[in-house]
Design a protein around this ligand. Structure first.
Ligand code: ASP
Length: 452
């Protein structure tokens, strides 16, 4: 009965109505796809549903209709959409739900820009319908590499400043060996952020930040404070020459009362540490975040190296189209291949993502093999998709928007639970109906299962 909850559900209705109006008008066809289906490769664990008729066999609930929408393109539907429930059986870290809603769409005979432009138009219509705000500027587009380099995140909130700077060159000759040896080693960096206003913190408070940085993988946290009286504070300043400090000040546009935090190490390591510290400091200092922040992050790597499984893994998903001029690197340097991918980032959240798809069966098989699939396993899991590609599939691309997240941000809510009717707790239980719950022995017998 809380008014806020009613208002949130009404806002959600306005959002979905604006989306449907926009896509219907752009000649999209709304197609429903099955929920009882086969395991999909979005990278999470599937929810399984035992079959009564086919003993010991299971359906999987879709993590997304990805393969089905690609098949629809092959079947001649040129513009598909669906506001669809997706299911991922993950440990619910943070603000996730086991079932959530995507605005899923796919288009044939399009370029990456075509898809982004269409989605951007849709998002602007959503903001107009739900908030009355007319967004006239194009959303900025930055590459994944740039996002990591400048913000230490692939979903940056650009409202909070504090960009990462590579200051390696400042310390190339430094007496501070930790910095100078990194500055002179290939693949090692000294990077820094400027935290405005924290230069007045007492030393004990700054020192405590090392624990926070350790949570992002740092072994320690070097810092320099530019004081109000023009002096420079911090335990490592004694190693620096006045020239080094002056160049640092200029590079970081440091003013009195600014605190410079450093990270030393490899590219990813330093980006992750400072990306984490940047968000932490923005939270602690309550850096204002006015309005909404919309951004495209594009050209994600095709693969990353998965330490756990010791194999290549898709950064987005296995059907993503690699950059054509880099396909030759598949055998020599797969990690340097980029892809036709784009994430929509809103207020520092990954609110949607998509890409162009592989529409050639041979290339699709090569990618699956790189991901560690044998030909037989690839056939068993994705045979129907690859067969469809051999009949001739159009160039295609699409996108999926996290409807819950977008509604949460537009509503100014703290959790996606606040914009869902009958949400589950973070451990996935429904307190109202008490699901999940045991079933009777008869029900189990029908599906040939026994509980432990
Ligand atoms: N299926 C993808 C996902 O759920 C989105 C897409 O590429 O269309 O993340």
């Amino acid at each position: 009965r809380r008014e806020k909850m009613t208002a949130n559900l009404k806002l959600r209705h306005q959002v979905t109505k604006a989306i449907r109006d926009y896509l219907n008008q752009a000649d999209f066809i709304d197609v429903e796809t099955p929920y009882l289906t086969k395991s999909t490769p979005e990278g999470a664990r599937d929810f399984l549903v035992p079959s009564r008729v086919f003993k010991n066999q299971f359906y999987a609930l879709p993590q997304s209709p990805q393969m089905l929408k690609q098949l629809l393109m092959g079947a001649g539907l040129e513009r598909y959409y669906q506001i669809v429930r997706c299911f991922r059986d993950e440990d619910l870290r943070g603000d996730r739900q086991p079932e959530f809603t995507q605005v899923d769409l796919e288009m044939s005979f399009v370029s990456e820009e075509d898809v982004r432009n269409l989605v951007e138009g849709m998002l602007k219509a959503v903001v107009k319908a739900s908030k009355g705000i007319e967004l006239t500027e194009a959303f900025p587009i930055i590459s994944y590499a740039q996002a990591m380099r400048r913000f230490g995140s692939d979903k940056p909130d650009t409202r909070i400043g504090m960009e990462l700077h590579d200051v390696s060159s400042v310390f190339a000759q430094s007496g501070f060996k930790l910095f100078s040896s990194a500055a002179n080693t290939e693949g090692q960096f000294v990077k820094a952020i400027n935290v405005k206003g924290a230069g007045t913190w007492p030393r004990s408070q700054v020192d405590k930040l090392a624990e926070v940085a350790a949570g992002f993988g740092a072994k320690g946290l070097a810092w320099v404070a530019f004081k109000e009286d023009g002096s420079v504070g911090g335990p490592i300043t004694k190693f620096f020459s006045p020239e080094e400090l002056e160049t640092l000040r200029a590079e970081m546009s440091a003013e009195p009362k600014d605190l410079i935090l450093f990270a030393v190490g490899g590219r990813l390591e330093t980006d992750e540490i400072l990306g984490g510290m940047r968000l932490h400091m923005a939270r602690v200092l309550e850096v204002p975040r006015e309005g909404h922040d919309f951004l495209w992050v594009v050209n994600f790597p095709l693969f990353h190296w998965d330490e756990e499984t010791q194999s290549y893994a898709s950064e987005h998903m296995p059907f993503t189209q690699p950059n054509e001029d880099q396909i030759d690197l598949l055998d020599t340097d797969p990690l340097s291949i980029g892809s036709h991918t784009y994430d929509f980032v809103m207020d520092g959240f990954e609110a949607g993502g998509g890409g162009m798809r592989i529409h050639n069966a041979d290339l699709q098989l090569r990618i699956l093999e790189k991901l560690g699939f044998t030909k037989e396993r690839a056939e068993a899991q994705f045979g129907f998709l690859m067969e469809a590609l051999t009949y001739g599939a159009p160039p295609m691309g699409g996108f999926a928007l996290g409807l819950d997240r977008v509604c949460m941000l537009l509503a100014g809510a703290d959790s996606i639970r606040d914009v869902m009717a009958f949400p589950k707790t973070t451990s996935g239980s429904d307190l109202m109906s008490a699901a999940p719950s045991p079933v009777t022995d008869d029900q189990l017998k029908e599906v040939s299962l026994r509980t432990l």
